[in-house]
Design a binder for this molecule. Structure first.
Ligand code: HMG
Ligand code: MG
Length: 298
Protein backbone atom coordinates (compact mmCIF):
# COMPACT_ATOMS: atom_id res chain seq x y z
CA UNK A 1 0.00 0.00 0.00
CA UNK A 2 1.26 3.47 -0.88
CA UNK A 3 1.83 6.15 1.76
CA UNK A 4 -0.32 9.30 1.71
CA UNK A 5 2.67 11.56 1.80
CA UNK A 6 6.34 11.48 0.81
CA UNK A 7 9.17 13.83 1.75
CA UNK A 8 11.43 14.87 -1.10
CA UNK A 9 14.88 16.17 -0.27
CA UNK A 10 16.23 18.36 -3.04
CA UNK A 11 19.94 17.78 -3.63
CA UNK A 12 20.26 19.62 -6.96
CA UNK A 13 22.25 22.61 -5.71
CA UNK A 14 24.79 20.18 -4.23
CA UNK A 15 24.73 16.80 -6.02
CA UNK A 16 23.51 18.43 -9.23
CA UNK A 17 25.96 21.27 -9.51
CA UNK A 18 29.03 19.43 -8.14
CA UNK A 19 29.11 17.46 -11.36
CA UNK A 20 28.63 20.27 -13.88
CA UNK A 21 31.69 21.29 -15.83
CA UNK A 22 30.14 24.68 -16.45
CA UNK A 23 30.54 27.00 -13.51
CA UNK A 24 27.29 28.50 -12.29
CA UNK A 25 27.65 32.09 -11.06
CA UNK A 26 27.00 32.44 -7.34
CA UNK A 27 24.11 34.87 -7.95
CA UNK A 28 22.40 32.31 -10.17
CA UNK A 29 22.78 29.62 -7.51
CA UNK A 30 21.24 31.94 -4.95
CA UNK A 31 18.40 32.87 -7.26
CA UNK A 32 17.79 29.19 -8.11
CA UNK A 33 17.73 28.11 -4.46
CA UNK A 34 15.32 30.97 -3.67
CA UNK A 35 13.03 29.66 -6.41
CA UNK A 36 13.27 26.17 -4.95
CA UNK A 37 12.32 27.58 -1.56
CA UNK A 38 9.08 28.87 -3.11
CA UNK A 39 8.22 25.51 -4.69
CA UNK A 40 7.08 23.77 -1.52
CA UNK A 41 10.06 21.71 -0.43
CA UNK A 42 10.73 21.05 3.25
CA UNK A 43 14.41 20.25 2.66
CA UNK A 44 17.09 21.71 0.39
CA UNK A 45 20.74 20.67 0.38
CA UNK A 46 22.27 23.91 -0.82
CA UNK A 47 26.01 23.12 -1.11
CA UNK A 48 28.96 21.35 0.46
CA UNK A 49 31.92 22.43 2.57
CA UNK A 50 34.53 20.22 0.94
CA UNK A 51 37.97 21.02 -0.41
CA UNK A 52 37.67 23.54 -3.29
CA UNK A 53 40.42 21.69 -5.15
CA UNK A 54 38.30 18.55 -5.11
CA UNK A 55 34.96 20.22 -5.92
CA UNK A 56 35.62 23.71 -7.32
CA UNK A 57 31.98 24.05 -8.41
CA UNK A 58 30.88 24.50 -4.79
CA UNK A 59 33.66 26.68 -3.48
CA UNK A 60 31.16 29.48 -2.86
CA UNK A 61 29.21 27.47 -0.26
CA UNK A 62 29.66 30.09 2.40
CA UNK A 63 28.48 32.94 0.23
CA UNK A 64 25.49 30.92 -0.96
CA UNK A 65 24.58 30.04 2.62
CA UNK A 66 24.62 33.62 3.80
CA UNK A 67 22.78 35.05 0.78
CA UNK A 68 19.82 32.75 0.23
CA UNK A 69 16.48 33.73 1.69
CA UNK A 70 15.66 31.33 4.48
CA UNK A 71 12.05 30.32 4.31
CA UNK A 72 10.55 29.08 7.60
CA UNK A 73 9.73 25.38 7.56
CA UNK A 74 12.57 24.48 5.23
CA UNK A 75 15.66 22.65 6.44
CA UNK A 76 18.73 24.05 4.67
CA UNK A 77 21.51 21.48 4.72
CA UNK A 78 25.08 21.11 3.52
CA UNK A 79 27.56 18.28 3.10
CA UNK A 80 30.63 18.22 5.37
CA UNK A 81 33.46 15.66 5.13
CA UNK A 82 35.42 16.52 8.27
CA UNK A 83 35.88 19.00 11.12
CA UNK A 84 37.24 21.68 8.84
CA UNK A 85 34.08 21.45 6.75
CA UNK A 86 31.88 21.45 9.82
CA UNK A 87 33.57 24.54 11.24
CA UNK A 88 32.98 26.42 7.99
CA UNK A 89 29.38 25.21 7.88
CA UNK A 90 28.70 26.29 11.45
CA UNK A 91 29.85 29.81 10.64
CA UNK A 92 26.90 30.01 8.27
CA UNK A 93 24.11 28.78 10.52
CA UNK A 94 23.07 25.73 8.51
CA UNK A 95 20.10 23.80 9.88
CA UNK A 96 21.55 20.36 9.21
CA UNK A 97 24.82 18.86 8.05
CA UNK A 98 25.38 15.64 6.13
CA UNK A 99 28.35 13.38 6.62
CA UNK A 100 29.17 10.87 3.93
CA UNK A 101 31.17 7.73 3.27
CA UNK A 102 31.02 4.66 1.08
CA UNK A 103 30.22 1.01 1.61
CA UNK A 104 33.12 0.14 -0.67
CA UNK A 105 36.75 0.71 0.25
CA UNK A 106 37.94 1.99 -3.12
CA UNK A 107 35.17 4.55 -3.66
CA UNK A 108 35.65 5.80 -0.11
CA UNK A 109 39.34 6.25 -0.79
CA UNK A 110 38.80 8.01 -4.12
CA UNK A 111 36.08 10.26 -2.75
CA UNK A 112 37.41 11.30 0.65
CA UNK A 113 40.98 10.05 0.61
CA UNK A 114 40.64 7.67 3.55
CA UNK A 115 40.01 4.01 4.23
CA UNK A 116 36.66 3.06 5.76
CA UNK A 117 38.29 2.42 9.15
CA UNK A 118 40.07 5.78 9.06
CA UNK A 119 36.80 7.53 8.23
CA UNK A 120 34.83 6.35 11.28
CA UNK A 121 36.59 8.47 13.94
CA UNK A 122 36.56 11.53 11.65
CA UNK A 123 32.82 11.35 11.08
CA UNK A 124 32.14 10.41 14.69
CA UNK A 125 33.72 13.64 15.85
CA UNK A 126 31.83 15.66 13.24
CA UNK A 127 28.51 14.13 14.31
CA UNK A 128 29.24 14.77 17.99
CA UNK A 129 30.30 18.37 17.44
CA UNK A 130 27.40 19.11 15.11
CA UNK A 131 24.93 17.70 17.61
CA UNK A 132 26.61 19.69 20.36
CA UNK A 133 25.97 22.79 18.25
CA UNK A 134 22.29 21.86 18.07
CA UNK A 135 22.26 20.61 14.47
CA UNK A 136 20.67 17.47 13.13
CA UNK A 137 22.93 15.20 11.11
CA UNK A 138 22.20 13.15 8.05
CA UNK A 139 24.48 10.30 7.01
CA UNK A 140 24.94 9.34 3.39
CA UNK A 141 26.15 5.87 2.56
CA UNK A 142 27.39 5.60 -1.04
CA UNK A 143 27.87 2.62 -3.37
CA UNK A 144 25.19 0.61 -1.56
CA UNK A 145 24.07 -1.15 -4.74
CA UNK A 146 27.36 -1.18 -6.62
CA UNK A 147 30.76 0.47 -6.77
CA UNK A 148 32.43 1.79 -9.93
CA UNK A 149 35.69 0.08 -8.89
CA UNK A 150 34.56 -3.05 -7.06
CA UNK A 151 31.22 -3.92 -8.62
CA UNK A 152 28.59 -5.48 -6.41
CA UNK A 153 28.99 -4.87 -2.67
CA UNK A 154 27.91 -7.66 -0.29
CA UNK A 155 24.86 -6.63 1.72
CA UNK A 156 26.65 -7.63 4.96
CA UNK A 157 29.27 -4.98 4.23
CA UNK A 158 26.57 -2.37 3.60
CA UNK A 159 24.89 -3.26 6.88
CA UNK A 160 28.18 -3.23 8.79
CA UNK A 161 29.12 0.29 7.63
CA UNK A 162 25.51 1.44 8.22
CA UNK A 163 25.69 0.18 11.81
CA UNK A 164 28.88 2.16 12.39
CA UNK A 165 27.18 5.28 11.02
CA UNK A 166 24.05 4.82 13.12
CA UNK A 167 26.25 4.25 16.15
CA UNK A 168 27.74 7.73 15.61
CA UNK A 169 24.28 9.17 16.30
CA UNK A 170 23.09 10.27 12.86
CA UNK A 171 19.41 11.19 12.63
CA UNK A 172 18.80 9.82 9.17
CA UNK A 173 20.58 7.37 6.89
CA UNK A 174 20.42 7.99 3.15
CA UNK A 175 21.29 4.92 1.10
CA UNK A 176 22.93 5.89 -2.18
CA UNK A 177 22.92 4.17 -5.53
CA UNK A 178 25.86 6.35 -6.48
CA UNK A 179 26.29 5.12 -10.05
CA UNK A 180 22.69 4.20 -10.80
CA UNK A 181 23.10 0.46 -11.13
CA UNK A 182 20.43 -0.76 -8.72
CA UNK A 183 17.55 -2.76 -10.16
CA UNK A 184 14.15 -3.14 -8.48
CA UNK A 185 14.68 -6.77 -7.47
CA UNK A 186 18.01 -5.90 -5.88
CA UNK A 187 16.49 -2.95 -4.01
CA UNK A 188 13.71 -5.23 -2.79
CA UNK A 189 16.14 -7.86 -1.48
CA UNK A 190 18.55 -5.31 0.00
CA UNK A 191 15.84 -3.38 1.84
CA UNK A 192 14.44 -6.64 3.16
CA UNK A 193 17.82 -7.49 4.71
CA UNK A 194 18.56 -3.94 5.87
CA UNK A 195 15.20 -3.52 7.58
CA UNK A 196 15.53 -6.95 9.20
CA UNK A 197 19.00 -6.25 10.56
CA UNK A 198 18.89 -2.51 11.29
CA UNK A 199 16.17 -1.43 13.70
CA UNK A 200 16.15 2.12 12.32
CA UNK A 201 13.15 3.93 10.92
CA UNK A 202 14.69 7.01 9.35
CA UNK A 203 16.05 5.61 6.13
CA UNK A 204 15.98 7.65 2.92
CA UNK A 205 16.79 6.44 -0.58
CA UNK A 206 19.12 8.31 -2.92
CA UNK A 207 18.84 6.99 -6.45
CA UNK A 208 20.77 8.04 -9.50
CA UNK A 209 19.01 7.40 -12.80
CA UNK A 210 21.99 6.47 -14.95
CA UNK A 211 20.22 3.42 -16.39
CA UNK A 212 16.65 4.66 -16.12
CA UNK A 213 15.74 2.47 -13.15
CA UNK A 214 15.34 5.10 -10.44
CA UNK A 215 11.55 5.45 -10.50
CA UNK A 216 11.10 1.68 -10.48
CA UNK A 217 13.44 1.56 -7.49
CA UNK A 218 11.39 4.27 -5.77
CA UNK A 219 8.24 2.21 -6.19
CA UNK A 220 9.88 -0.84 -4.62
CA UNK A 221 11.14 1.35 -1.75
CA UNK A 222 7.65 2.77 -1.19
CA UNK A 223 6.41 -0.78 -0.82
CA UNK A 224 8.99 -1.23 1.94
CA UNK A 225 7.55 1.74 3.82
CA UNK A 226 10.27 4.21 2.82
CA UNK A 227 8.81 7.73 2.62
CA UNK A 228 11.87 9.94 2.11
CA UNK A 229 13.63 10.27 -1.24
CA UNK A 230 16.49 12.43 -2.47
CA UNK A 231 16.27 13.85 -5.96
CA UNK A 232 17.78 16.57 -8.07
CA UNK A 233 15.88 19.04 -10.22
CA UNK A 234 16.30 18.35 -13.91
CA UNK A 235 18.08 15.08 -13.15
CA UNK A 236 21.35 16.95 -12.77
CA UNK A 237 24.12 15.34 -10.85
CA UNK A 238 26.61 12.64 -10.18
CA UNK A 239 29.72 12.08 -8.17
CA UNK A 240 32.97 13.28 -9.76
CA UNK A 241 34.75 10.48 -7.90
CA UNK A 242 32.52 7.79 -9.35
CA UNK A 243 32.99 7.42 -13.07
CA UNK A 244 29.66 7.17 -14.85
CA UNK A 245 27.62 8.50 -11.95
CA UNK A 246 25.62 10.82 -14.21
CA UNK A 247 22.14 11.93 -13.43
CA UNK A 248 20.29 11.86 -10.13
CA UNK A 249 16.65 10.93 -10.18
CA UNK A 250 14.90 14.07 -11.49
CA UNK A 251 12.70 15.74 -8.88
CA UNK A 252 10.04 16.75 -11.40
CA UNK A 253 9.70 13.18 -12.69
CA UNK A 254 9.48 11.84 -9.13
CA UNK A 255 6.90 14.45 -8.12
CA UNK A 256 4.89 13.75 -11.24
CA UNK A 257 4.79 10.01 -10.58
CA UNK A 258 3.85 10.47 -6.93
CA UNK A 259 1.11 13.02 -7.65
CA UNK A 260 -0.29 10.79 -10.38
CA UNK A 261 -0.48 8.00 -7.78
CA UNK A 262 -2.22 10.39 -5.35
CA UNK A 263 0.75 10.55 -3.00
CA UNK A 264 1.26 14.12 -1.82
CA UNK A 265 4.63 15.87 -1.65
CA UNK A 266 3.73 19.49 -0.86
CA UNK A 267 5.53 20.53 -4.03
CA UNK A 268 4.01 22.76 -6.71
CA UNK A 269 4.66 21.20 -10.12
CA UNK A 270 4.41 24.44 -12.02
CA UNK A 271 6.89 26.25 -9.79
CA UNK A 272 9.14 23.24 -10.09
CA UNK A 273 9.11 23.48 -13.88
CA UNK A 274 9.87 27.18 -13.69
CA UNK A 275 12.86 26.55 -11.42
CA UNK A 276 13.99 23.77 -13.77
CA UNK A 277 13.73 26.11 -16.76
CA UNK A 278 15.83 28.67 -14.91
CA UNK A 279 18.72 26.27 -14.27
CA UNK A 280 18.35 24.86 -17.78
CA UNK A 281 18.89 28.34 -19.20
CA UNK A 282 21.77 29.01 -16.80
CA UNK A 283 23.57 25.80 -17.71
CA UNK A 284 22.60 26.27 -21.33
CA UNK A 285 21.85 22.62 -21.92
CA UNK A 286 18.64 20.62 -22.16
CA UNK A 287 17.78 18.88 -18.89
CA UNK A 288 17.37 15.13 -19.07
CA UNK A 289 14.12 14.76 -17.14
CA UNK A 290 11.00 13.52 -18.91
CA UNK A 291 8.96 16.43 -17.61
CA UNK A 292 11.40 18.92 -19.12
CA UNK A 293 11.51 17.02 -22.42
CA UNK A 294 7.74 17.44 -22.65
CA UNK A 295 8.06 21.08 -21.59
CA UNK A 296 10.53 21.76 -24.42
CA UNK A 297 8.27 20.18 -27.02
CA UNK A 298 5.34 22.43 -26.14
P1 HMG B 1 42.56 15.47 2.06
O1 HMG B 1 43.43 16.06 1.04
O2 HMG B 1 42.81 14.07 2.50
O3 HMG B 1 42.46 16.44 3.34
O4 HMG B 1 41.07 15.60 1.52
P2 HMG B 1 43.46 16.63 4.53
O5 HMG B 1 42.67 16.53 5.78
O6 HMG B 1 44.68 15.79 4.36
O7 HMG B 1 43.88 18.17 4.34
C1 HMG B 1 44.59 18.61 3.18
C2 HMG B 1 44.29 20.08 2.93
O8 HMG B 1 42.90 20.23 2.64
C3 HMG B 1 44.59 20.99 4.11
O9 HMG B 1 44.97 22.24 3.58
C4 HMG B 1 43.24 21.16 4.74
O10 HMG B 1 43.12 22.33 5.47
C5 HMG B 1 42.33 21.18 3.54
P3 HMG B 1 46.51 22.69 3.54
O11 HMG B 1 46.98 22.58 4.96
O12 HMG B 1 47.17 21.68 2.63
O13 HMG B 1 46.44 24.06 2.97
N1 HMG B 1 40.96 20.74 3.86
C6 HMG B 1 39.82 21.41 3.53
N2 HMG B 1 39.61 22.56 2.87
C7 HMG B 1 38.34 22.96 2.74
N3 HMG B 1 37.27 22.26 3.21
C8 HMG B 1 37.44 21.13 3.86
C9 HMG B 1 38.77 20.65 4.04
N4 HMG B 1 39.27 19.56 4.62
C10 HMG B 1 40.59 19.63 4.50
N5 HMG B 1 36.38 20.45 4.33
C11 HMG B 1 38.70 15.77 1.85
C12 HMG B 1 39.99 15.10 2.27
C13 HMG B 1 37.55 15.01 2.46
C14 HMG B 1 38.71 17.21 2.33
C15 HMG B 1 38.62 15.75 0.29
O14 HMG B 1 38.78 14.42 -0.11
C16 HMG B 1 37.32 16.27 -0.23
O15 HMG B 1 37.02 17.46 -0.15
N6 HMG B 1 36.46 15.41 -0.83
C17 HMG B 1 35.19 15.82 -1.31
C18 HMG B 1 34.61 14.79 -2.16
C19 HMG B 1 33.20 15.17 -2.56
O16 HMG B 1 32.70 16.23 -2.27
N7 HMG B 1 32.53 14.24 -3.29
C20 HMG B 1 31.21 14.43 -3.74
C21 HMG B 1 30.19 14.36 -2.66
S1 HMG B 1 29.76 12.69 -2.19
C22 HMG B 1 28.54 12.20 -3.30
O17 HMG B 1 28.32 12.86 -4.27
C23 HMG B 1 27.71 10.98 -2.99
C24 HMG B 1 26.30 11.30 -2.46
O18 HMG B 1 25.58 12.10 -3.38
C25 HMG B 1 25.52 10.00 -2.20
C26 HMG B 1 25.55 9.03 -3.39
O19 HMG B 1 25.16 9.41 -4.52
O20 HMG B 1 25.97 7.89 -3.15
C27 HMG B 1 26.38 12.08 -1.13
MG1 MG C 1 24.56 11.37 -5.12
Amino acid sequence: ELPEEVTIKEVGPRDGLQNESREVPTEDKISWINQLSEAGYSYIEFSSFVHPKWIPQLKDAKQVASSIERKPGITYAALVPNMKGLEAALETDVDEVSVFMSASESHNKKNINKSIEETYPVLREVVQEAKGAGKTVRGYLSTVFGCPYEGNIPIEQVIDVSKHMLDMGIDELSLGDTIGVANPKQVDKSLHEIQKQLPFKDIAMHFHNTRGMALANVLVSLNHGITTFDSSLGGLGGCPYAKGASGNLATEDLVHMLHQMEVSTGIDEQKLRQAASFIQDTLNKPLASHVMQIERSR
